[in-house]
Ligand binder design. Structure first.
Ligand code: G3H
Ligand code: 13P
Ligand code: ZN
Length: 344
């Protein structure tokens, strides 16, 4: 089947009461790891690429790798999503390239660092929604700012200074008609999220629950949702790495989020850790090796294991065959109808 609408996939997740992992990719091995995990667990899939990923592997390579994924895994509904689009132009270029979903991250200015105004965010997001929905493409918006700056997304703030205001969230969704809404509840991108296991003081699940109460029909998105497992940190450090002690978002908190409207869960760092640990292990144990396959294959296997585990924990496992995906043309028609294409 061709690449599918994220809106329909999230509507189905809402109907089934589960969450869907959105995993970042930059190369063939990562795409293969996700698709193999999806086949093994019978999961619908969201593959996402950041601006950095698009420039690292070039859009055309990425797009054609994704077409290969849809040919080789025809039973898996697969979305190609733009992660953290920094401007209307970036989103439009992804749509032109064939992405079936885009994130307009108007919570920051196009530099990806400076917090924007509510008015700027609404205007930019609204413009992307108009262009995207006319083509049946899904749009994710963001209100509030995540913490952290290490990966270039975030204002260099601590995770708590720009939490999502629930009232603003309601107004943002009303004015933009986004399909999914990323919210800031204390998480940040990268490995260094919390200096100890998060508590209600540092990870604001109560804020998420409040937003869901006010927006029960909006698909919520949790960014910065890697769990940064100690086992993965340990493998890296055991084989010469230098990670400082750190904590991520516990899976049980994500599961609480899923019970309260979270439908898309963004995970990149856990997969980076898994691949790097596997590669370090080969380099340390077999220093005579120089065939890239000798370390890329274990790296791909390690990522597949993490992705399959998350798919099971988020509840998407077993749901790949639940529904017949609509064409993007059909989605465009439904958006024209009343802006609410499906049942959510
Ligand atoms: O949102 C951040 C993702 O982890 C992507 O990071 O910009 O380094 O590709 P990146
Ligand atoms: P992590 O760094 O926690 O994996 O978050 C990824 C993310 O939010 C991508 O948008
Ligand atoms: Zn993110």
């Amino acid at each position: 089947m061709p690449l599918v609408s994220m809106r329909q996939l999230l509507d189905e997740a809402a109907r089934g009461g589960y969450g869907v992992g959105a995993f970042n990719v930059n190369n063939m091995e990562q795409i293969q790891a996700i698709m193999e995990a999806a086949r093994e667990t019978k999961s619908p899939v969201i593959v996402q690429a950041s601006r950095g990923a698009r420039s690292y592997c070039q859009d055309r390579f990425l797009y054609h790798l994704m077409l290969a994924a849809t040919e080789l895994y025809p039973e898996i509904p697969t979305v190609l999503h733009l992660d953290h689009g920094n401007s209307v132009e970036t989103c439009k270029s992804a749509i032109a390239m064939g992405f079936t979903s885009v994130m307009m991250d108007g919570s920051l200015m196009p530099d990806g660092k400076t917090p924007s105004t509510f008015e700027y965010n609404v205007k930019a997001t609204r413009e992307v929604v108009e262009t995207a929905h006319a083509k049946g493409i899904t749009v994710e918006g963001e209100i509030g700012c995540l913490g952290g700056i290490e990966d270039g997304h975030g204002a260099g703030l601590d995770g708590l200074s720009h939490l999502t205001d629930p009232e603003q969230a309601v107004e943002f969704v009303r004015q933009t008609q986004v399909d999914a809404l990323a919210i800031a509840i204390g998480t940040s991108h990268g490995a260094y999220k919390f200096t100890q296991k998060p508590t209600g003081e540092t990870l604001k699940m109560d804020r998420l629950i409040e937003i869901h109460k006010r927006l029960p029909n909006t698909h919520l998105v949790m960014h910065g949702s890697s769990s940064v497992p100690k086992e993965l940190q340990d493998i890296i450090n055991q084989y010469g790495g230098k990670l400082r002690p750190t904590w991520g978002v516990p899976v049980e908190e994500i599961q609480l989020g899923i019970k309260n409207g979270v439908r898309k869960v963004n995970v990149d760092t856990d997969n980076r850790l898994a691949m790097t640990g596997a590669i370090r292990k080969v380099f340390a144990e077999k220093p005579e090796e120089f065939d890239p396959r000798s370390y890329l294959k274990p790296a791909r296997d390690a990522m597949k294991k993490v992705v399959a585990q998350r798919m099971t924990q988020f509840g998407q496992a077993g749901h790949a065959g639940d529904y017949a995906p609509l064409s993007l043309e059909e989605m465009a028609k439904r958006y024209q109808g009343n802006g609410k294409p499906l049942a959510a």
